[in-house]
Design a protein around this ligand. Structure first.
Ligand code: S3P
Ligand code: PEP
Length: 432
């Protein structure tokens, strides 16, 4: 039998949470610092399995990553043209961000690489990066007519800049193209259907690369090298904060202070939707961490209402939908999630997993092709649920359990992917 965790209900939540570093920004800090000529110190790096997959891959490409006892990293890059051919396959583990961004970066290098990942990652779509990168003259093939990893990358004669209209709003695809475009012989223009997270654009600017943005178009010129900052301080991850925002909202008499939360507007869809639902959220102490805005957030229990979540906002809260479904079960009235078909190609089919696993607790959730319909409030029972080896599912189920009659979660250790301390923090905040 696999592992299982028993989560008891709690009367309320109280306390302060230092939100762990942003996963997206942590990945990007290692990749860009790995191309720099001078060492970069990275503070508040997310020490979680996905970001360590990126470190492992970059080390195999010749980059040095040292860690002090406080978890601060020093990344010593090999210079803009300094990455070297790895002796072995690069393993991105469970991380979509690692494999897709590295595909863009490595396809532009003059050596051969093979990229793979775990069973979940090998089922996730890769044609979305291979198709536009091939238009740039890059040579990538993959399993099943280049739809899935493992991916084999051969050196290309040259990297040609392209103008590309992205069919899906995906920061991972956009970032893969931006990284390849740095090595091109002409400029690249990327058009997004809807704005997705812009951490790559901001971090490229931090490394001295001009990025022109007009509406949803991004133009980038090739460069000869990067100008690295001495240090990068990674903001807290709003996608991790989301579990506490919702838990404190739906559990009576709760109050949490979430410290150091990234509030980049391309990520704050969760705050907009929760406020629309009637949540009691105060954003305070707004400040900057490099080019990324951060704040502290105070959240108190509130009576929530159902809401319509339209396709336009999905890229700004894409990873928060599993836990938003839990909020909807505690809200008065109907919640509809539309245009979220991307959830079907994450670590698991999240729309299916939400309906199935919360369904075991007695929730009635209608799964549509591109979303969910949830009528609240609903009474949930104790149940034994499965994480589907998906970190966001495990944490969303835990929030449902503490707010209702408890839950047992099978295969809970997948929280290590983005929030290794999640269950320890939960134990500390509960007021039983
Ligand atoms: O670029 C990134 O860091 C991410 C982009 C999103 O994926 P898509 O680009 O596939 O939408 C998101 O779901 C993922 O957790 C992280
Ligand atoms: C989808 C996620 O990450 P990735 O695509 O990097 O695996 C996530 O963290 O929810």
């Amino acid at each position: 039998m696999g592992e299982i965790i028993n989560i008891k209900p709690t009367n309320s939540l109280a306390g302060k949470v230092d939100i762990p570093g942003d996963k997206s920004i942590s990945h990007r800090s290692i990749m860009l610092a790995g191309l720099a000529d001078t060492p970069v110190t990275v503070t508040n790096f997310l020490h979680a399995a996905d970001c360590w997959s990126t470190i492992d891959c970059m080390r195999k490409l010749g980059v040095t990553v040292a860690q002090d006892t406080a978890g601060v990293l020093t990344v010593t890059g090999r210079g803009f043209y300094g990455l070297s051919e790895p002796h072995d396959v690069l393993d991105a583990g469970n991380s979509g961000t690692t494999i897709r961004l590295l595909t863009g970066l490595l396809a532009a290098q003059p050596f051969f690489t093979v990229l793979t990942g775990d069973a979940s990652l090998r089922k996730r779509p890769m044609a979305r990066v291979i198709t536009p990168l091939s238009k740039m003259g890059l040579k990538i093939t993959g399993r099943e007519q280049s739809r899935y990893a493992p991916l084999a990358i051969s050196p290309a004669e040259q990297v040609i800049g392209i103008e590309y209209d992205m069919p899906v709003a995906s920061a991972q695809v956009k970032s893969a193209l931006l990284l390849a475009a740095l090595f091109a012989t002409s400029s690249t223009v990327i058009n997004e259907p809807m704005p997705s997270r812009d951490h790559t654009e901001r971090m490229l600017e931090t490394f001295g690369v001009p990025v022109k943005r007009t509406g949803t178009a991004i133009t980038i010129e090739p460069v000869e090298g990067l100008t690295a900052p001495e240090s990068i301080n990674v903001p807290g991850d709003i996608s991790s904060a989301a579990f506490w925002l919702i838990a404190a909202s739906i559990i009576p008499n709760s109050q949490l202070i979430l410290v150091n939360v990234g509030i980049n507007p391309t990520r704050t869809g969760i705050l907009d939707v929760l406020k629309q639902m009637g949540a009691n959220i105060t954003v305070t102490n707004e400040r900057w961490s490099g080019r990324e805005p951060v704040a502290d957030i105070v959240v108190r229990s509130a009576k929530l209402n159902g809401v319509i979540i339209e396709p336009e906002i999905i890229p700004r809260l894409v990873d928060e939908i599993p836990v938003l479904a839990v909020a909807a079960l505690f809200a008065e009235g109907q919640t509809v999630v539309q245009g979220a078909e991307e959830l079907r190609v994450k670590e698991t089919d999240r729309l299916r997993a939400i309906a199935l696993e919360l369904g075991k607790m007695g929730a009635k959730i209608t799964e549509t092709t591109d979303g969910l319909v949830i009528k609240g409030p609903q009474k949930l029972n104790f149940a034994i649920c499965h994480s589907h080896h998906d970190h966001r599912m495990a944490m969303a189920l835990a929030v449902a359990g503490i707010a209702a009659q408890g839950v047992e979660i099978e295969e809970p250790s997948c929280v290590k992917i983005s929030y290794p301390d999640f269950f320890a923090v939960l134990s500390r905040l509960r007021q039983d």
